[in-house]
Structure formats: C-alpha cells, structure tokens
Ligand binder design. Structure first.
Ligand code: MF3
Ligand code: CO
Length: 247
C-alpha cells in the first residue's frame, strides 16, 4: 500500500484543483444539440493549453479520447464522439483524469441535459449521497470493506443496484494503484491508513447491476438498458477521517 507524504499530498491537491475546475468548465457546454466529441475537444484543449497538464486516459490501453462521457444507460467509459449529440432529458457522466507534476487525480459527476425528471434526479442524488454515507467510515485503521458494504446498503435501500464489475482505486504517481475499492459487500481484509489516497466512484443502476461492453471495446452499458449514474471523488485518509481532494 502506498502512503503519501506531505509533498505527494500537496501535489495531488494541486492536480485535483484542475480536475475540479474542469468539471465546472464543462458544465456550460452541457446542452441539447452539443456533441460529446465537441465537449471532449474543449476539455482537451483546456487541459493541454491552459493547465499544461495531460489527460490521463488519452492513450491509456489505447483509449482514443481525453475524457469519458457516459450517457443514460452507459455505466462508464463512454467514448466521446461527434455523432453522439446530447438531447433534452439525457443524463451524462463526465469523467476527467489528469496528470501533472508527476501526479494523477480523478473525478466525475453527472450532468443533466435540460430539465431532469424526478426519477433521474433521485437516482443521481442517491448515487452522490452514497459516497458520503460511506465516507463516515473512512479514517485511519478502519477496515476498507466498510466502504463497499455501506454503499451497497445505502443504494439498495432505495431499490437501486450497485455495479460490481468496476471499482475505485488507489491513485498517486499512477492512475490506478493498489488497493481496489469495491463498492459492494466484500471480505477484503485491509485497513485504511493515514496518507492513503484512493477514489470512491460507485456506479448505480435503476435496474439490475449486470453490464456488458459494447462493440467499441470500451463503452460499458447496463444489460437491461436501465439508467446508470456515477460520481467519483479522490479521497485522502486522515487520522480522524478524510479529505476530499476533488470536492
Ligand atoms: N477515470 C476512469 C477511472 O476511474 C478512467 C478509466 S480508464 C479509461 O479510472 F481509459 F477507460 F478511461
Ligand atoms: Co477512477
């Protein structure tokens, strides 16, 4: 397990502030008629030219774009495209991973295209709140599987399901570090330690939690075509709790 020192943490707060800015920056492009390809290009240019940073997913295992854009029944890893036009009522997760000064940060959130209906609003709210419900258990020496257990309990209480095929991850000098952060009940016998940094990024479905990967080799969709929501934060474990780097 990798414990971050003060220099690591300072740098990760810095790169996280870029991710936060970008998630705010993209919000003005989320409207009917805009393509996810266009949003990708706006983000890419801002990352490279303005922040002098690198979009961590571009080229990652040959991933072809600079962000992930996952619409409606897409669970995660949606590839931005000029043919994919946002329409009124869509929900879209924008996932941004940045590399700068030798460190990574990773965050994502849902955006509403036009006005969301009440069911969509509830799915997204519950998904977001599940992170905070689990965060109550994040502190030095607590078992790491308290995160997954509490996320699963929280979302199932609302009749939703939590995706098991994808997980959160340690993050720092690599985008994906040990340990994996499962979002469901598990027997992983590991304790959180002060100075650990990892993501929590639950994917929550309106229907069941079965997923499949599209022909493009990346786009993960719900098997039953139901809506899926995801939020992601990069989290530092502290002695008495946590700090959210991407809040
Ligand atoms: N931000 C995503 C994560 O949580 C990136 C997945 S890798 C991708 O790690 F290449 F599929 F985008
Ligand atoms: Co992540």
């Amino acid at each position: 397990m990798i414990i971050k020192n003060n220099k690591d943490i300072k740098n990760m707060f810095l790169v996280s502030s870029i991710v936060k800015d970008l998630l705010l920056y993209v919000s003005k492009y989320i409207k009917p008629g805009i393509s996810t390809g266009y949003i990708n290009d706006k983000c890419h240019n801002k990352i490279v030219n303005y922040y002098k940073a690198y979009p961590a997913v571009l080229g990652y295992m040959n991933y072809p774009k600079s962000i992930c854009t996952s619409i409606n029944n897409v669970v995660c890893h949606g590839i931005p495209s000029y043919n994919c036009i946002l329409k009124n009522g869509d929900i879209v997760n924008i996932d941004i991973s940045i590399f700068k000064n030798k460190y990574y940060s990773d965050s994502s959130k849902m955006f509403f295209v036009g006005t969301p209906n009440i069911n969509v609003l509830k799915l997204c709210t519950v998904t977001y709140n599940s992170i905070f419900y689990a965060l109550k258990y994040v502190k030095n020496n607590n078992k790491i599987n308290l995160i997954g257990e509490n996320i699963q309990n929280y979302v199932e209480n609302y009749g939703y399901s939590v995706v098991k095929n994808y997980c959160g991850h340690g993050i720092g000098k690599k985008l994906h570090e040990f340990p994996q952060i499962l979002h469901y009940k598990n027997n992983y016998n590991l304790r959180m330690k002060t100075g650990m940094i990892f993501t929590i990024e639950p994917m929550v479905n309106l229907g069941n939690n079965k997923t499949y990967i599209d022909e493009d080799g990346w786009t993960v969709k719900t098997k039953d075509n139901s809506l899926s929501a995801q939020y992601e934060h990069t989290i530092l474990v502290t002695k008495n709790g946590y700090k959210i780097l991407t809040l």
